[in-house]
Write a protein that binds this ligand. Structure first.
Ligand code: ADP
Ligand code: MG
Length: 261
């Protein structure tokens, strides 16, 4: 069996606020599996992605996140990343003056230095070979690496840059939070082709989406529905089809917390 990412009874809220957003999330992902997390707006999907990444804006009050049986709860985002977690940014920042290649090389070097402080990092020829191989694997034009990071990138190009990062960093687990808006069919295709191409590296994926259409491209074995901060339904791909046909009303009817009188 591959590595596991285990979310146990996770409770979280915005730091400094009282209201709980995640109210006991349980989910285990094994490397090589694709899980889809769906659910109505406001149910806590993006909060879960942020908490997994270690975003300090959120506070965990109970529960644990384990990577291969070890808690990563106390680790900083970059430490989590070095252990093999990858979170795709929903709104990637533009960095004019830094090419995508420079950015990726810096990312690789910082990882190598974290493992061995004496490391001189990846050599330029070696890095070039790696980039080319990864870009070929994703059918990307080599010129793409020479562009300034996200500067004037179209939605689809940002997605491409994100997928290339993922290919270069070779995470064990990727969390892709695809917002409901802004992903056109092209971008959906890029993301899903990228993810599918990387599945051969034994990637574990949690793809978060409000809509079923992404799942026409990325085919999850497991589908979960989040509602009011908990995973209330889990099943196979048929669960996503049910949502496509019937929407979320039945989920609300079945799981809504009764309002106290
Ligand atoms: P989803 O991604 O499922 O639409 P979110 O996790 O974005 O849901 O949001 C869940 C709830 O938590 C919403 O009520 C949202 O307003 C609130 N929330 C999430 N993040 C923040 C934040 N940084 N500050 C204030 N409220 C937040
Ligand atoms: Mg969201």
């Amino acid at each position: 069996m591959g590595a596991t990412l285990e979310i146990r009874n996770l409770h979280a809220r915005v730091a400094g606020e009282e209201r709980m957003i995640l109210r006991g999330v349980n989910l285990t992902i094994v490397q090589g599996e694709v899980h889809a997390l769906m659910g109505p707006n406001g149910s806590g999907k993006s909060t879960l992605a942020n908490v997994l990444a270690g975003n300090p804006a959120y506070e965990v009050t109970e529960g644990d996140i384990l990577l291969d049986g070890e808690s990563i709860m106390e680790l900083e985002p970059d430490e989590r990343s070095r252990l093999g977690m990858f979170l795709a940014f929903q709104y990637p920042v533009a960095i004019p003056g830094i090419t995508l290649a420079n950015f990726l090389r810096a990312a690789i070097n910082s990882r190598m230095k974290a493992v061995d402080p004496e490391s001189k990092g990846i050599s330029i020829p070696e890095f070039r070979r790696l980039m080319r191989a990864k870009m070929d694997g994703l059918s990307m034009d080599h010129s793409f690496a020479g562009r300034y990071l996200n500067d004037g990138f179209s939605g689809g190009e940002k997605k491409r840059a994100e997928i290339l990062q993922m290919a270069v960093l070779e995470p064990k687990f990727s969390i892709l939070d695809e917002t409901d808006s802004g992903l056109d069919i092209d971008a959906l295709r890029i993301v899903s082709e990228g993810v599918n191409a990387l599945m051969s590296t034994n990637l574990g994926v949690l793809v978060i989406t409000h809509y079923q259409r992404l799942l026409n491209y990325i085919r999850p074995q497991h589908v979960h529905i989040m509602f009011e901060g908990q995973i209330v339904e889990s099943g196979g791909p048929e669960l996503a089809l049910k949502l496509e046909e019937s929407g979320y009303d039945w989920v609300r009817a079945k799981h809504a917390t009764p309002i106290a009188e």
